[in-house]
Design a protein around this ligand. Structure first.
Ligand code: CA
Length: 221
């Protein structure tokens, strides 16, 4: 699940980014309206956390444009404007929820889960492949019916493979999606995580679950 954070306060933005990543989401980040527009053009997101007071415009205008253009995923407004009429305006423009600042991160995560769960009826949020069953909203993993205990990073990593079975995924693409940047990641970290996944999802037949494509990346077979 990919969440776009639109927030111009750097510290708060980083805190949100980290909190969401620790909860197992892939996080995109934008500090301006322009960056947010670009981000949404480049990638599809499953939800947006939106600040209103942005240096180059108003988050409400952004939201209005997105809704008009057919963007239908959950949007939570996070704003210091907390008067009742502000909330009403935000919800009228198309927000699904409105959280006044200061807010609690666990509450934001809970509201996000709730919105994604509601959306789950419309979208395919349970991925299955070769005995692995990944519930993106419930954040649970099963392998041949047995519940598996995955860390949030392992979950995010497995999610990318489950969304692209049979496709070779490059190391940089995986790192960018799981760790939000191809540069922050130690080169060996991905290999360490891959061996953890391999240990947890040992193949039950001759074909290994994950194939290493030397010098390129990995493939879920
Ligand atoms: Ca702001």
């Amino acid at each position: 699940m990919k969440v776009l954070v639109v927030e111009d306060q750097r510290r708060l933005g980083l805190m949100l980014k980290q909190g969401l990543a620790e909860a197992g989401y892939c996080v995109g980040f934008a500090g301006t309206c322009a960056a947010a527009r670009d981000a949404l053009c480049e990638t599809s997101y499953d939800a947006i956390v939106l600040d209103l007071g942005l240096p180059d415009g108003d988050g409400l205008d952004l939201l209005q444009q997105w809704r008009k253009s057919g963007f239908n995923e959950p949007v939570i407004i996070l704003s210091a404007r907390d008067a009742v009429q502000d909330r009403i305006k935000g919800l009228d423009v198309g927000a699904d929820d409105y959280l006044p600042k200061p807010f609690s991160l666990p509450e934001l995560l809970a509201r996000l889960r709730s919105l994604l769960r509601r959306q789950a009826n419309v979208k395919d949020t349970v991925l299955e492949h070769r005995g692995i069953r990944l519930d993106l909203v419930g954040r649970t993993t099963h392998y041949h019916g047995a519940a598996m205990d995955l860390t949030s990073r392992e979950f995010a990593l497995l999610e990318i493979f489950m969304q692209n079975p049979g496709r070779i995924l490059t190391r940089s693409l995986i790192c960018e999606r799981v760790w939000s940047s191809p540069y922050e990641v130690d080169a060996n970290l991905l290999d360490v995580y891959m061996s953890k996944l391999r240990a947890k999802f040992e193949s039950r037949d001759d074909k290994p679950m994950f194939k290493t494509v030397r010098g390129v990346g990995y493939k879920l077979q």
